[in-house]
Design a protein around this ligand. Structure first.
Ligand SMILES: Cc1ncc(C[n+]2csc(CCOP(=O)(O)OP(=O)(O)O)c2C)c(N)n1
Ligand SMILES: [Mg+2]
Length: 583
């Protein structure tokens, strides 16, 4: 292995081990102090390097790749505010359990706290948001130092993909030479430290013994008469398959968030998937009458506040299968938070005799079918473009394997509320860990860098402007990236809040219409911009990279939502099923 010089040698073996541990992407931010890290990554054929100027974007690009691939991604930057700019992505990675390996270059100790340029205190810079912090120090170079750095890299990956995955931070004080000027290191070149394990495996492998099923929860699920599964964000095909197969076998309805992936037609044709829970639970007579006797929650709770409050009011037992055992149980209604393996638990449940009432499942099937048809009928009465119609058109128009990255604010909610159960197998991703509207475009860029399948990002105008710096990355992604900007000139979500009826500060300081010409800004960055006038044109535009600019009106959007909800409610209340539920 080419060790180059005393600065490069330890970093070269660190990067070698990261590759052996499965790191396939590195996001590199230009700088002088981190140049040795950049060179060490860029020299590798088995790691794809992505150069990103702005560290805030870089953090989110790394997050997007990691979320999209499910694998740890390295991101490195130089010292000072560069490192501070990674914080938002580190926070999101921490909250949404995404493995990131943050490598910051630093001044060596003698240049810290003495007013040296670009030197800030980088020790534990990201506080409690990283699973593990390590100050790499300056270890005198010899064979044991190389072995130490190999083991260190294995530890980084192991901490990032641990029981609760997340970001790790290693701070590297780097001394001259910061350029790859060769030194004579031939004495070390043939050592184990330089070569690593001769069979190409990591220096230290992480062995995790698989967790088993939660037998008690499996038994309770199968024994319930009116069981319900609530599925949040899921990215594990084994869990998805176990959920669909066993919900079908046991006759259990599944309320499935758009981020669960369960709304694909391949799943909804096999199990009773309820996508319209928002519409159903907005009808008070139904909410009051639905009385499950056991709720199993898999993964994070869906975004819907309506669903969350309903769950919070139920008195039946609720079990949370929390794969990361992070105690994400805000309703405080669960009687069990379980670290049981979700797939194994569902498989075990499926081995029991089903006890669920057929009528219980059929009521949900009828509610779902009626609500879906009522949403269609209500949308037919609305002018295009409107925000619910955009959300509904999207998934239906995209091919299997496409990814939709949803911005927080209305895009993630409209997709949750209105996207149907018949998509071809579209994957929905969103930064729901900390619910920020920052870094959304950069995250979608990350997803588009990670594969050649199409990525469509749906964003509000403010979230796009917030991350406008990432537009420079948007027309040079590996796979095609289409940005759908729903431009309602401000924060449309705020129109739904009580503060909206309190002028005069609402409009200039909460809704904050920007007055910016989003289309012109995107064109300035070299993106093709289209403004489709009807759903067919939107479907066409979705097949091309660039920016789709759809203008809507914030106050009218609130009225559109109200009209749809009241149409759906009225239709649901005509159902015989409601009477049956109330009996
Ligand atoms: C980083 C960050 N800053 C501020 C907020 C608060 N916030 C939530 S929604 C929103 C407005 C979003 O507007 P836009 O992207 O246009 O979407 P719309 O509400 O119109 O759908 C803001 C500022 C946030 N969630 N994250
Ligand atoms: Mg907006």
């Amino acid at each position: 292995m080419e060790l180059t010089n005393s600065t490069f040698a330890p970093l070269t073996v660190v990067v070698d081990e990261l590759a052996r541990c499965g790191v396939e992407h590195a996001v590199l931010c230009p700088g002088s102090r981190d140049a040795p890290l950049i060179y060490a990554f860029a020299d590798r054929a088995d790691i794809v390097s992505h150069s990103v100027l702005d560290e805030r974007s870089a953090g989110f690009v790394a997050l997007g790749i990691a979320k999209s691939t499910g694998r740890p991604v390295a991101v490195c930057c130089t010292s000072g505010t560069a490192a501070a700019n990674l914080l938002p992505a580190v926070v999101e990675a921490s909250e949404s359990s995404v493995p990131l390996i943050v490598l910051t270059a630093d001044r060596p100790p003698e240049l810290r706290d003495v007013g040296a340029g670009q030197a800030i205190d980088q020790i534990k810079l990201y506080g409690s948001f990283v699973r593990w912090f390590h100050e790499a120090g300056n270890v005198p170079l010899d064979e044991s130092a190389l072995i130490h750095h190999r083991a260190l890299a294995c530890r980084m990956v192991s901490e990032a993909v641990g029981a609760r995955p997340g970001p790790v931070h290693v701070n590297f004080p780097l001394r001259e030479p910061l350029a790859p000027v060769p030194q004579d290191l031939t004495a070390l070149a043939a050592s184990d430290g330089a070569a690593g394990r001769r069979d190409g495996s990591p220096w230290t492998r992480l062995r995790r013994t698989p967790r088993g099923p939660d037998a008690e929860s499996a038994q309770r699920l199968a024994a319930a008469r009116r069981p319900l599964i609530v599925a949040g964000e899921l990215h594990n095909s084994r869990v998805t398959e176990a959920l669909v197969t066993n919900a079908r076998r046991l006759g259990i309805p599944v309320m499935a968030d758009v981020l669960s992936g369960l709304r694909a037609r391949t799943h909804s044709s096999r199990a009773s998937i309820v996508a319209t829970y928002e519409a159903i639970l907005r009808t008070p007579r139904i909410t009051a009458a639905l009385n499950p006797d056991f709720v199993l929650r898999v993964g994070e709770l869906p975004t819907s506040k309506t669903l969350r409050s309903w769950l919070g009011e139920l008195t039946c037992p609720q079990v949370v299968l929390d794969p990361h055992f992070a105690w994400h149980e805000a309703t405080r209604r669960a009687d069990v938070v379980s670290d049981g393996d979700p797939a194994a638990t569902l498989e075990l449940a499926g081995e029991h005799e089903p006890a669920a009432q057929v009528a219980w499942r059929e009521q949900f099937a009828q509610l779902e079918e009626t609500a879906q048809a009522a949403i269609e009928a209500a949308l037919d009465l609305e002018e295009f473009p409107n925000e619910p119609a955009i959300a509904r058109t999207l998934a239906a128009a995209l091919p299997a394997g496409a990814t939709v990255w949803l911005s927080s604010s209305m895009p993630v909610r409209d997709a949750e509320w209105f996207s149907a159960c018949d998509d071809a197998g579209v994957r929905f991703l969103s930064n729901r860990g900390a619910n920020g509207i920052d870094g959304v475009l950069a995250s979608a860029v990350g997803a588009a860098q990670a594969s050649e399948d199409p990525v469509v990002m749906v964003t509000g105008d403010l979230a796009l402007l917030h991350d406008a710096g990432s537009l420079q990355l948007a027309n040079r992604t590996r796979g095609p990236l289409t940005i759908v900007c729903v431009d309602n000139d401000g924060g449309g979500i705020f129109e739904f809040l009580p503060v909206a009826s309190h002028p005069p500060h609402f409009e200039p300081l909460i809704a904050t219409p920007s007055g910016q010409d989003v289309a012109a800004i995107a064109s300035g960055y070299g993106l093709d911009v289209t403004a489709p006038a009807d759903p067919d044109a939107l479907r066409d535009a979705l097949r091309r990279p660039g920016l789709i600019h759809l203008r809507t009106n914030r106050t009218e959007n609130r009225a559109v939502h109200a009209r749809i909800w009241s149409h759906v409610s009225a239709t649901l209340l005509e159902l015989d099923a409601i009477g049956a539920l109330e009996d």
